[in-house]
Structures are given as structure tokens and as C-alpha cells.
Design a protein around this ligand. Structure first.
Ligand code: FE2
Length: 435
């Protein structure tokens, strides 16, 4: 027997999937309505989380004005760190505990939104920091109950953090990027106003766009939910369920939009329509990967981002060595999809077509090469680095990067092919340069 999307059912494996997402309000001008939304959710004393680069932007003032007009007290925490750490999460938590807030609003990229998720969690259910962090680095304790309402307002057309129950951070003592994953930390409402993306620099749009592309592509090619062991009656189904009919639908449309708009949005800041489309694709892909889960490119990205030496990305804070998240993901993507294609060539070929490759009359055995070549073309057209060597790594770093990615077992288990130490080392070698 097969499921409605063609996945074969397997004895002992799951036959059910769930669709969890935040409520969404989407459209030009939507941010001006946030005060009414906050009051509707019962908020009266609000912690607003943003980062130092955004706090003076007009859209933050729009949000604060709307909240105050609706009668909310607003305290601004503007120290969310781009690429947050356990230390920056702790700072936000201390602010949250001291303020006794009954609601949270976040404005920014995934970093600000994830910081608000963590502050809300630790202020509502205080515990030692390791308690809720993913095992094996943390203890992976279940969040005991509902958090305070949280309205998340993304300002990059990228992360999808407004619809996911995932908060990612650098755990400084462990030199590892890890996260907190729970449906309970998902924002209550995502307000997605594409007007905020019009002032984004080109590299920020490109990096965010490739994060979206990889969310959609990894979710679409993930191990299907019907291949994951059925959960026991006492255990919840994991957030990373694997590819399923609902995530497939969202990811297909996200990839179709990306294929036609990522180059326009990232190279022409005046192309408002392309940026608006990218924002919608980011939301769709966020819903997709929030219910399916990503796999190898994201697992590898955490080793890349966590081991950066001197690389500084254009349009990002000049004082920090940083490989932005979407860039750290996409430099691995061509190597990974050449590797995973044999698990499901039809699906990889369909993805290549959705992203704009000409797949008429091609041989399915070439699916991985066709998909990887299309990703490379989009990378070149938007000024992305040529693989990991473009962000400062060389062949001597292979073992170190492998060891950095190997602990990401939650993601690697979601890959369509078994991916252990040897496979990771080979993938890092192939990801050094593409052209
Ligand atoms: Fe991502």
C-alpha cells in the first residue's frame, strides 16, 4: 500500500504525519496591525527583541507605535546577536525574567526570532541551560507546557523561523552549533510584511534566499515519513518527520518561486516584486521544513559556520568573522545533491526542473548532476563563494569539519542515504570548489 503522495508504507514504520505551523498574517502593511494582534493574544507588557543593526529601522518604530497605540507597555531588548550564542540567549533570558512580561514580539532575521523563543522558554519554565538543549550536547528535556504568546516578524526573506519550533545557537563551551527543538517554542503568530525586505543589501538577500532554497530542497528530498519508525504511544512524533505530502506541496511551490526570482531579488534591490515573491517562498519553505526537517547541507553548515577563521561576508557586520547561515549551507549543497540523487532520482530531477533547469528528455541517472549544476549556476549568478574554499577552508580541514558535522545526528538521520563519518569526509572534499 502507498500513501496519497506515493510513499510506500513499510511494516513497523509510521503511517501518519502532522502539520504544525504558526498562525500567519502575510502582506504589505501587515506590521501596522500588530498592536491589535498583540492585544488579541492577551499581551499587555511586551518584550520586543531585535538586534542593534535593526533597532533604528523605521519598521521597528512602526511596530512599537502600533503596540503602544493598542495599550501595550513595550520594553526593547536590542542585543539579539546575529548568530546567537548560549551567552546571548542568557542575556535575553535575564532581561525577560527581570521584566515579568506577558508576551514577546521579535523583529529581525532568524537570530532575533530564535532569541525571543529562548527568552520566552527560560523565563516561563526556568531550568539550567542544558535542560532543553538537544541531546547529546544538552539533555533534550521536553518543554513542560505552553509558553507566553510570541509574535515573530521576519525582516529577511529567509529563515522561516517565524513558523518553526527550532532555536539555533552557538554553544561556546562546546564549540558547536546546536539548538532547542520543541513545538512549544514555535511563535504563536508570524507577521510577514514583505515591505521590510526592500532595504536589505544584496548579499543578505542572496544568503537568505539560498537558506530558503536549501530548506525546500532538503525537505523535499528528506527520508520520507513512511521510512521512520512508528513512534511509541508515549512518545511524540518528532518535528523532523521526513518528507510528507503537505511539506512536499509547500516545498514544490517554494522551489518554483525561487527558481524564477532568487537572481532578480539578489542582484536588483529595486525589484520589489521579486523580493515579495522571495518572502512568500521563505514562508512556504519554513512550513515545509518545519514539518519535514532538513538534512546533510544544514548538518555540514554548522561545522562551516562554527569553524570560520577570518572570512568576512560582504554586507554583514565588518568586525566579525562570519559565514552567514545561508552561505554556509549552500556551499555544501551541490556536493550533497550529487550524492543523494541515487536515493530518489525522480524527485531530484523534479527539483531541478522547479529551480529552472531544462529537464526535457534527460536521463534520470543524471539527476544529481543536473540539480547540482543548476544550484551552481544560481550561486555564480548571485556572487556566492565557490564552495568551502571560497570561505577560507582547504583540504587539510576535512577531518575537522567532518568531526564538526558528525554530532548533528538529528539532521543526518533525516537524509535519504546513510551518512556517516566516511561519507561526510568525502562530501567536504567535494565541496571545496565547484567551478
Ligand atoms: Fe536554514
Amino acid at each position: 500500500m502507498i500513501c496519497c503522495a506515493g510513499y510506500p508504507f513499510v511494516d513497523g514504520c509510521d503511517t501518519t504525519f502532522e502539520v504544525d505551523t504558526s498562525r500567519i498574517k502575510y502582506g504589505s502593511g501587515a506590521l501596522r496591525e500588530i498592536g491589535v494582534d498583540a492585544r488579541d493574544l492577551g499581551m499587555s507588557r511586551v518584550m520586543l527583541v531585535t538586534d542593534p543593526g535593526l533597532v533604528t529601522m523605521p519598521f521597528v518604530d512602526t511596530v512599537v507605535t502600533s503596540l503602544r497605540t493598542a495599550g501595550c507597555d513595550v520594553a526593547i531588548f536590542a542585543d539579539a546577536r546575529v548568530e546567537p550564542t548560549d551567552r546571548s540567549f542568557a542575556d535575553a533570558t535575564a532581561f525577560a525574567r527581570a521584566g515579568n512580561f506577558d508576551g514577546y514580539v521579535s523583529i529581525g532575521g532568524g537570530s532575533a526570532i530564535d532569541t525571543a523563543k529562548a527568552a520566552n522558554l527560560y523565563a516561563t519554565f526556568p531550568d539550567d541551560f542544558d535542560a532543553y538543549v538537544n541531546a547529546p550536547i544538552g539533555r533534550g528535556k521536553a518543554v513542560p507546557g505552553a509558553l507566553r504568546p510570541h509574535i515573530a516578524c521576519p525582516t529577511t526573506c529567509g529563515t522561516g523561523a517565524e513558523v518553526t519550533g527550532i532555536a539555533i545557537f552557538d554553544y561556546l563551551a562546546h564549540h558547536a552549533k546546536t539548538g532547542i527543538v520543541s513545538k512549544r517554542i514555535r511563535p504563536t503568530l508570524g507577521i510577514i510584511d514583505p515591505d521590510v525586505t526592500m532595504s536589505l543589501p544584496k548579499t543578505v538577500v542572496a544568503c537568505s534566499g539560498f537558506d530558503v532554497l536549501s530548506h525546500a530542497l532538503e525537505s523535499f528530498t528528506a527520508r520520507p515519513y513512511t521510512a521512520r519508525a512508528k513512534p511509541t504511544s508515549s512518545a511524540p512524533r518528532p518535528t523532523s518527520q521526513g518528507a510528507n505530502p503537505f511539506s512536499d506541496m509547500a516545498c514544490r511551490e517554494a522551489m518554483r518561486i525561487l527558481g524564477g526570482n532568487i537572481v532578480r531579488a539578489a542582484t536588483d534591490p529595486s525589484d520589489a516584486q521579486a523580493r515579495e515573491r522571495m518572502m512568500f517562498a521563505a514562508t512556504l519553505a519554513g512550513i515545509g521544513f518545519g514539518n519535514a526537517g532538513v538534512h546533510i547541507p544544514h548538518a555540514m553548515s554548522y561545522a562551516i559556520a562554527g569553524s570560520v577563521r577570518t572570512y568576512r561576508a560582504p554586507d554583514y557586520p565588518p568586525n566579525d568573522a562570519i559565514v552567514p547561515h545561508g552561505m554556509a549551507v549552500v556551499v555544501n549543497a551541490p556536493a550533497v545533491f550529487r550524492f543523494t540523487a541515487e536515493a530518489n532520482p525522480v524527485r531530484h530531477l523534479e527539483a531541478a526542473g522547479l529551480l529552472g533547469a531544462d529537464i526535457a528528455g534527460v536521463d534520470e541517472r543524471d539527476a544529481g548532476e543536473i540539480l547540482a549544476t543548476r544550484i551552481e549556476a544560481l550561486m555564480r549568478a548571485t556572487g556566492m563563494p565557490n564552495g568551502t574554499s571560497g570561505v577560507g577552508f582547504d583540504a587539510r580541514d576535512g577531518a575537522m569539519l567532518r568531526d564538526g558535522a558528525l554530532p548533528q545526528q538529528r539532521l543526518l538521520a533525516n537524509a535519504p542515504r546513510a551518512t556517516g563519518s566516511g561519507e561526510l569526509e568525502a562530501l567536504f572534499a567535494r565541496a571545496l570548489a565547484y567551478w
